[in-house]
Design a protein around this ligand. Structure first.
Ligand code: COA
Length: 260
């Protein structure tokens, strides 16, 4: 793995770094392999801060999300989901703030996926401009099985990107999508061997980091289109998602996972 030092000793579940070999590239790494890189509220907050830092710093020209060998992320931490469901909280979850930061990111976003990419581990890639994945990767969003609904504007972005039937299979039916199918569908840019996912992702990020930044920013914005529709869909999804989190269906699914 590329060596990325912890941002602080307090939170080593997300490692944020700027590898010397890749000037201009910020790496945000999921680093909780013992829990399949499931994402807690603290991890979302850490990643949001990193994206804000990337926006504000001219020296950052591209941001790459990476995981650990065999696992990108198993999605939202189920314990956090359950705690939120039981708390009756109406506060927007840290995840909601993070996904908005993804939509508002001003620098190109890349991801290197090796292995499991579940829930937001899949939907995060819809916000990435280039994704490299190993053939052993699996993209899956069991939202409905968990009593939930799609998030991160995936209900808008996935049908646009891969068409209605594939998006329905992925987001509603909860069917897993292999990396090969994801590649064919246009969900990811490139397939790579597991041990080459990081180097290829960082090479792509470095290439972007060397380009004229203002032209890159304008070209990216043109290709992505206006952010307003994405942000509006996030709000629409979140209104449902927040209610669903507190539903009996969702609570039963979280409890069943925690009891396994
Ligand atoms: N939240 C919290 N903990 C999680 C997690 C999640 N989303 N996904 C995995 N873990 C934990 C497991 O509880 C287990 O912890 P333990 O060793 O303390 O018991 C550890 O990670 C390893 O997971 P395990 O289930 O034993 O590995 P596996 O290879 O058999 O299965 C998954 C991996 C990802 C398929 C399975 O853990 C899973 O389905 N996770 C839930 C994914 C999900 O639904 N995410 C939310 C999407 S919206």
């Amino acid at each position: 793995m590329t060596d990325v030092p912890p941002a602080s000793a307090a939170d080593h579940h997300i490692l944020v770094g700027r590898p010397e070999a890749h000037p201009g590239v910020m790496v945000i790494r999921f680093n909780r392999p013992e829990k399949k890189n499931a994402i807690t509220a603290a991890m979302y907050r850490h990643m949001t801060a990193a994206l804000d830092e990337a926006n504000a710093d001219d020296k950052v020209r591209a941001v790459a999300f990476l995981g650990t060998p065999g696992c990108f992320s198993a999605g939202n931490d189920m314990g956090d989901f359950l705690a939120h469901a039981l708390s009756g909280s109406t506060e927007p979850p840290a995840a909601a703030i993070f996904i908005k930061a993804l939509a508002l990111a001003e620098k190109p976003l890349l991801s290197g996926v090796d292995g499991l990419a579940i829930g937001i581990g899949t939907t995060l890639n819809l916000h990435c401009d280039l994704t490299v994945a190993s053939a052993r990767s699996l993209f899956k969003t069991p939202f409905v099985d968990l009593g939930l609904v799609p998030e991160a504007a995936s209900s808008l972005l996935a049908p646009r990107l891969i068409g209605h039937q594939r998006a329905f299979a992925l987001l509603v039916a909860g069917e897993g999508m292999t990396a090969s199918d994801a590649h064919q569908a246009g969900l990811i840019w490139k397939l790579a061997e597991p041990d080459a996912v990081e180097s290829e992702t960082l090479a792509l990020a470095s290439g972007l980091a060397r380009k004229p930044p203002e032209a890159l920013r304008i070209a990216r914005d043109l290709v992505r289109g206006p952010r307003s529709a994405v942000l509006a869909r996030m709000d629409e999804e979140l209104a449902h998602f927040s209610k669903r989190l507190g539903s009996a269906e969702a609570r039963a699914a979280f409890e069943a996972f925690m009891r396994r």
